[in-house]
Design a protein around this ligand. Structure first.
Ligand code: GLN
Length: 268
């Protein structure tokens, strides 16, 4: 095996599973050398990786590799991520396919709690005729989203909005992946998430875990509504939409078979 991969894997073994350690080792070498996995495996000399000990120290403290290198590849986009933004998840990308199935044209679309801007940017890239807006309560996240739109050469409107207090316009479609993890679950979560990702993007009060869903749905500011949800709250969020007289409501599972999305609409 490549000696650098062997070295990094051996250093990480105590803190990560064998498969995670080897994945991280390849990711570190790919990122720092620009070499492909095949090149690393077959022959290239990958000794003298700059800052390797610092990178290892950070990984041993469970800092996500995406924050160490400052970016994440997601749906063909290269996205800056910082501790002010969640790291885009694979399941969140499935929202894009669900939305594409609606076959909307010239739609006005709003992404609430846009974070790195991943959903808004991917939607605009896939549907250039749409007018897409991304909003967030965090100015720091919006700065990252703006950078990502420019870097990926798409035009999205970015606005600083607190959805719990501010008014919004009407849109053809609203999508949101709001904070949805009850605080009490924090103790059961991995430290790479809890210690590094932004708490205000993840957690809601145990007393009112559906706060963002209810606030957004009650506004009735869109024809189509898509939410990412906590796998345990599918029925509750669906019921909420049904009570608010949304039609065609349904729960959709993600690639891991977990209830992860909800759809509803306000008009036939
Ligand atoms: N799915 C994310 C996680 O598991 C949470 C995203 C969110 O709270 N909106 O960490």
């Amino acid at each position: 095996m490549n000696p650098t991969i062997r070295y990094i894997t051996s250093q990480l073994e105590g803190s990560y599973s064998p498969s995670e350690a080897i994945e991280l080792a390849f990711a570190v070498v790919e990122e720092t050398t620009g070499l492909t996995r095949t090149a690393i495996l077959c022959c290239k000399d990958t000794q003298n990786i700059p800052n390797i000990e610092i990178i290892l120290q950070r990984l041993l403290k469970k800092e996500p590799i995406e924050y160490i290198f400052g970016h994440k590849q997601w749906r063909g986009l290269d996205l800056r991520v910082t501790p002010d933004t969640l790291i885009p998840r694979p399941e969140t990308a499935e929202l894009l396919d669900l939305i594409a199935h609606l076959s909307l044209t010239h739609a006005r679309v709003l992404d609430i709690g846009t974070g790195s801007g991943c959903i808004a940017i991917a939607l605009k890239q896939a549907h250039p005729d749409w007018e897409v807006t991304g909003i967030d309560i965090s100015e720091e996240a919006l700065a990252v989203a703006r950078f990502n739109a420019a870097q990926n050469k798409v035009e999205v409107n970015w606005e600083h909005v607190d959805i719990l207090t501010d008014e919004i316009d009407h849109y053809d479609l609203i999508v949101s992946n709001p904070p949805y993890i009850p605080m009490r679950e924090k103790t059961t979560m991995e430290s790479n998430v809890v210690d590094y990702e932004p708490a205000r993007a993840l957690f809601v009060s145990d007393d009112d875990p559906l706060l963002f869903y209810r606030t957004i749905a009650k506004m009735r500011k869109s024809t189509h509504l898509f939410f990412e949800i906590h796998e345990k709250y599918g029925q509750e969020v669906k019921q909420l939409l049904d009570e608010l007289e949304y039609i065609d409501t349904h729960i959709i599972a993600d690639q891991y078979g977990k209830n992860r999305f909800i759809y509803g609409r306000t008009q036939a």
